[in-house]
Design a binder for this molecule. Structure first.
Ligand code: SF4
Length: 298
């Protein structure tokens, strides 16, 4: 629902509708589905299930944020659809048309359209097929959890950048589930994060080298870098983290290839990851907060 967001890379969160189908390795711990079990209880997840549009009052919220932004001369970011996917095939296209009209009506807001279906974006923003044009104040992002997803999706996001001229592109590498090697087609803004527990799903750990790799490659390729949080696990011995009790919480040995300790190879930098909870794990990477945000004209 519309709310001021606790997410470090956005000011507001807006959900035009709720409901989705799992399509990625990153969806295993879907936050939205777990919320439906515990909080909203309104929407069943999966293919063929109804998506549920949010209230008219909710749809008016961005108009208010837009007025505030105009008064203060700011351009707040709005993360669109934390409980759904804007480019979901099973959503009524008329809803997306209404959403794009709302985005166009709020030019002081920067809309972040993050999807796990980046392959749908060109078609769903093609006026030649009766679809709405991507609004000028929209940025488009793809979730890519590992190298396989990056290799599969980066050129699709690049094509959106070339053909639809979004405000900028971004990659959400959250949950980060392996080493990712970037190339010149990397998105403009790189966001990393660990996984958190959701319902019955136990968070998977992220090796700190995976975050470091994207931090350093972002600098090398001239991209903006933001590290949202470390997830529930932290590498034992990390200086900037206070460990509640070194031996009480579960530990697993992880190499930077993501293998368990029975398959160690030389140079894979095994670390002991300890389950200490997201609050204690925090969002420092090697003692530093990374809060990079793309610059947009006011
Ligand atoms: S795309 Fe997002 S909302 Fe949809 S199932 Fe995956 S994690 Fe959940």
């Amino acid at each position: 629902m519309a709310e001021n967001s606790a997410i470090s890379w956005t000011t507001h969160t807006f959900n035009p509708w709720m409901g989705c189908t799992k399509v990625s390795i990153a969806c295993a711990g879907c936050y939205a589905e777990a919320l439906m079990d515990t909080r909203y209880g309104k929407v069943s997840w999966g293919a063929g299930e109804d998506r549920v549009r949010t209230s008219a009052a909710n749809w008016r919220q961005p108009l208010r944020w837009n007025r505030q932004a105009a008064e203060t001369g700011t351009r707040p970011f709005v993360f669109c659809a934390s409980l759904a996917d804007v480019f979901d095939n099973e959503v009524d296209p008329a809803w997306r048309r209404d959403l794009f009209a709302l985005i166009e009506a709020t030019p002081h807001l920067v809309w972040l359209l993050l999807t796990k279906r980046i392959g749908n974006v060109l078609r769903m923003t093609d006026p030649g097929r009766g679809n709405p044009v991507l609004p000028a104040n929209a940025a488009v992002g793809a979730t890519m959890a590992n190298q396989e997803e990056y290799d599969r999706d980066r050129m699709k996001l690049w094509a959106v950048k070339q053909d639809r001229n979004p405000l900028f592109t971004f990659g959400s590498f959250e949950p980060l589930l392996g080493l990712v090697i970037l190339d010149k087609h990397a998105p403009d803004w790189i966001i990393t994060g660990g996984e958190t527990h959701q319902g019955q799903h136990r968070a998977r750990p992220s090796h700190p080298n995976w975050f470091r790799g994207l931090r350093d490659q972002s600098a090398a390729f001239g991209r903006v870098y933001h590290h949202k949080q470390n997830g529930e696990w932290a590498p034992r011995g990390a200086k900037s983290i206070v460990f509640p009790d070194a031996y009480a919480a579960p530990c697993i040995k992880l190499t930077d290839l993501g293998e368990d300790d029975s398959r160690f190879g030389a140079g894979n930098e095994p670390v002991w990851m300890q389950l200490i909870g997201k609050k204690a794990a925090g969002r420092l990477l090697d003692g530093v907060e990374h809060n990079g945000m793309p610059e947009v004209a006011r």
